[in-house]
Design a binder for this molecule. Structure first.
Ligand SMILES: [Zn+2]
Ligand SMILES: [Zn+2]
Length: 185
């Protein structure tokens, strides 16, 4: 019996919701795609503004506080994700409830909603960090001690806590490939 690896192309969509105070950093998309390229990831990534109906559902979530406004599965099917740059206080509070050390951003619902509310000098790195969670990439720090994990060997890795950069370690790169390579005989 012979095993072979089959690369499966995954289509992923990041929907951007820019209606709060901020927008994506001009280098965000390029930096993100650069990391995917370094990882030889086979993700076919589409980045777009969230469609109208998605935007109004998000507005409804903001005004009512009811998460059910967006938790309808139609917005997150087919590997769709949401990215909220320059997020308002509403999202910041959600993040801080989940992680008291989330001073600049967080990822809500595990890997579905990346949120950034960082000061200008940390915008790019925070946007990169949180959007990498959308690809199921783990933290490179221990959430209790905030110290780097052993697997992370790069001091400039953006998945560490409080690191401002556009670089990632080899541990992060490997996570961007692994889920997409399925073994088959
Ligand atoms: Zn994180
Ligand atoms: Zn790392």
């Amino acid at each position: 019996m012979r095993m072979r690896n089959i690369q499966i192309l995954v289509n992923m969509i990041i929907n951007i919701f820019e209606k709060n105070t901020g927008s994506v950093h001009e280098l965000w998309e390029r930096s993100l795609r650069n990391i995917l390229r370094l990882a030889s990831s086979d993700i076919n990534l589409e980045i777009r503004l969230a469609p109208e109906e998605f935007q109004s559902a998000i507005n409804q979530w903001e005004s009512s506080g009811e998460i059910s406004a967006i938790s309808g599965s139609e917005f997150f099917i087919k590997e769709q994700r949401l990215f909220i740059p320059g997020a308002s206080e509403f999202y910041k509070q959600h993040c801080l409830n989940e992680a008291p050390h989330a001073f600049y951003g967080c990822c809500l619902w595990g890997k579905y909603i990346a949120v950034e509310y960082a000061p200008d000098e940390h915008k790019l790195s925070t946007q990169l960090h949180e959007s990498l969670h959308l690809f199921d990439v783990n933290e490179c720090y221990d959430p209790h001690t905030l110290n780097p994990v052993d697997e992370c060997v790069s001091e400039k890795c953006v998945m560490r806590y409080g690191v401002s950069s556009t670089e990632v370690c080899s541990h992060v790169l490997s996570q961007l490939v692994r889920p997409l390579t399925k073994s088959s005989n």
